[in-house]
Design a protein around this ligand. Sequence first.
Ligand code: COA
Length: 261
Amino acid sequence: MPYSHILFDVSDAGIALITINRPDKLNALSGAVIGELEQAFAEVTRKPEVRAAILTGAGEKAFVAGADIKELEALTAYEIRTLALRGQGIFRAIETCGKPSVAAINGFALGGGLELAMACTVRFASENAKVGQPEVKLGLTPGYGGTQRLPRLIGRGRALELLLAGDPIPAAEAYRIGLVNAVMPQSELLDYSRTWLAKVLANGPVALALVMEAVDTGLSCGLEEGLRFEAAAFGLTAATEDRREGTRAFLEKRRAVFTGK
Ligand code: COA
């Protein structure tokens, strides 16, 4: 499927590099960009040869500078609500696609940009990155999950501080409060993301998918229910060929080779 607003490239290691490609508009999320992100992650989800994804922005200035403010201007209240529900659904599909995703934040990640990054499994940022939820400065609330994922990631108090003041924070501060997992020079961002994913992908694919599902499930239910899900996942992985291979490899003092079965 051809793309016009994103670049989609899969490496031999099975890592899809998805680049939002509107650098002249700081990669703002137009409806068309969001639609192509939906397609791209449908490919990631569907294709067995794609095992992980890196999401980044074209150019050196921005990951994504938010929803497209010009497009929002032309919409009615009801249309904006519909847009939010659609975007939320797509971001949720990214979050729950069963394969690890890295947001490689190469510059501004504002509003919908930070919301998109928060839907990814982890966030790595370049030193020049600035992240925040500035919607209140436009008289708006976040609409793609910011009020929900930000407190889950960094806690209620810090989330409200960012959401209410609306001021972006630099990468180093985002790292300090746990909003991004690591910070590095921009030139190292993609290599670092690939290296981290390669380490992850050496592990059992079924176990990886179930760990992500268990964490996600646990964050939206109580402890008892979360623990039951964990026990079921543990039992399920115990029945896989990968578990047998993993244990055998340990006993034979060699590296395990997993097949995802
Ligand atoms: N939607 C649509 N266009 C956007 C955009 C957005 N969210 N963010 C930036 N752009 C466009 C600008 O309109 C400008 O286009 P133009 O050259 O046709 O005028 C271009 O991208 C470059 O942006 P500019 O503002 O000139 O760059 P800057 O370096 O001076 O400022 C930012 C960078 C990120 C501080 C500034 O662009 C900004 O505040 N953007 C909006 C962030 C925001 O509020 N996002 C939440 C939206 S709900």
